[in-house]
Design a protein around this ligand. Structure first.
Ligand SMILES: Cc1ncc(COP(=O)(O)O)c(C=O)c1O
Length: 359
């Protein structure tokens, strides 16, 4: 079996141990006699998987009892629409911090259904940094402040989260569980699963209890958070396969020491690449040092031809997913929790050799 070095931005690398366990349990899950995909979502066996997945996330993220944990479909993109529909009451406004492609999509979605205040925008700087606290123009009476913790395309992250007087909502799709966080500073965290939590087709929403009651009465039943909270994420048929894999990923992470241990490893993995990028003028990091992501490392070479050559030679050397997003170009290595240090070493060695030959 050959496993390639996978630097995809999402869907992305999953832990090999998780894939192997899923493979092993595919024909018959733990004595159930069928695969998880064939199991009723109303069965006690599946209920124990949902319960275990939720408990695992709660332990890993230290989620207090006064938050609900939901497993929904529609990806993080559906949350861009559901949040303002449910949590910004008629006549009220919400603050959005425009830090890149994803934060911008969230704010565009919110503008359709009501008032939005753009509290800061990095557009003029090509989204190359996160703002300082004092740059944010927050409204004291906003319903909430929305941020994206890690911009997957631009390769920037909030190292330290902003403070707000109003509830703080965060799209954590591309760095959830990559580092230790204090959950209590947020009222809502949501994430598409396909980077650090499992496969695509699943979004996790962690929401302070009581918030969902704000939803206006004309919110469609299916799009109300309260519907899914009441039925424990089983109002309709969920993505059973993805929830099962998320449970396995949580167990994998706990066995490796949880958020603190993975944060240390992620910092080391990212530093190995940034050290090379900073070592000579051959490489150029387009983003501010303080804002650098430890999940999506982006860089440029002296021209696009050389970038194409880098990507195609890397592919031949067994490394895929290194092409920057089509909207920005350049090179991007997505190095989520499941990308092993051995893949980082392979990439770092390849970079040094590429520079020696082409520098
Ligand atoms: C930060 C961020 N938010 C939202 C999304 C959209 O997620 P989905 O494709 O699950 O809707 C992505 C996808 O890559 C992302 O990186």
């Amino acid at each position: 079996m050959t496993r390639i070095h996978n630097f995809n931005a999402g869907p992305a690398a999953l832990p090999l141990e998780v894939i192997e366990q899923a493979q092993c349990e595919l024909p018959s899950l733990n004595g159930v006699g069928m695969s998880v995909m064939e199991l009723s979502h109303r069965s006690k066996e599946f209920q124990s998987i949902v319960d275990s997945a939720e408990a695992g996330l709660r332990r890993l993220m230290k989620i207090p009892e006064n938050y609900d944990v939901l497993f929904l479909q529609g990806g993080a993109s559906q949350q861009f629409a559901m949040l303002p529909m449910n949590l910004r009451r008629p006549g009220k406004s919400a603050d959005y911090v425009d830090t890149g492609s994803w934060a911008n999509r969230a704010l565009k979605e919110a503008q359709i259904t009501g008032a939005v205040n753009v509290a800061w925008s990095g557009k003029a700087d090509n989204y190359t940094r996160m703002p300082k606290q004092e740059e944010l123009k927050l409204q004291p009476d906003a319903e909430y402040v929305h941020i994206c913790s890690n911009e997957t395309i631009g390769g920037i992250r909030w190292k330290k989260f902003p403070k707000a007087e109003t509830p703080l909502f965060v799209d954590m799709s591309s760095d959830i569980l990559s580092r230790e966080i204090d959950m209590t500073q947020f009222d809502v965290i949501y994430a598409g699963a396909q980077k650090n939590l499992g496969p695509s087709g699943l979004a996790v929403v962690i929401m302070k209890k009581g918030l969902a009651d704000r939803a206006p009465e004309n919110t469609p039943i299916f799009f109300r958070y309260s519907t899914h909270i009441k039925d424990g994420s089983l109002y309709n048929t969920p993505n059973t396969w993805a929830i099962y894999l998320l449970d396995l990923v949580c167990k994998w992470l706990e066995a490796r020491g949880g958020a603190a241990a993975i944060e240390k490893s992620n910092e080391e993995k990212a530093a190995a690449l940034y050290n090379i990028i900073d070592s000579s003028d051959f490489w150029r990091s387009p983003v501010e040092v303080e804002s650098r992501s430890i999940m999506n490392v982006v860089w440029r070479l002296r021209n696009e031809e050389l970038e194409d050559q880098f990507i195609s030679e890397a592919k031949k050397a067994g490394m895929v997913g290194l092409k920057g997003h089509r909207s920005v170009g350049g090179i991007r290595a997505s190095i989520y929790n499941a990308v092993p240090p051995a893949s980082i070493k392979a990439l770092a060695d390849f970079m040094k050799e590429f520079e020696r030959k082409n520098g």
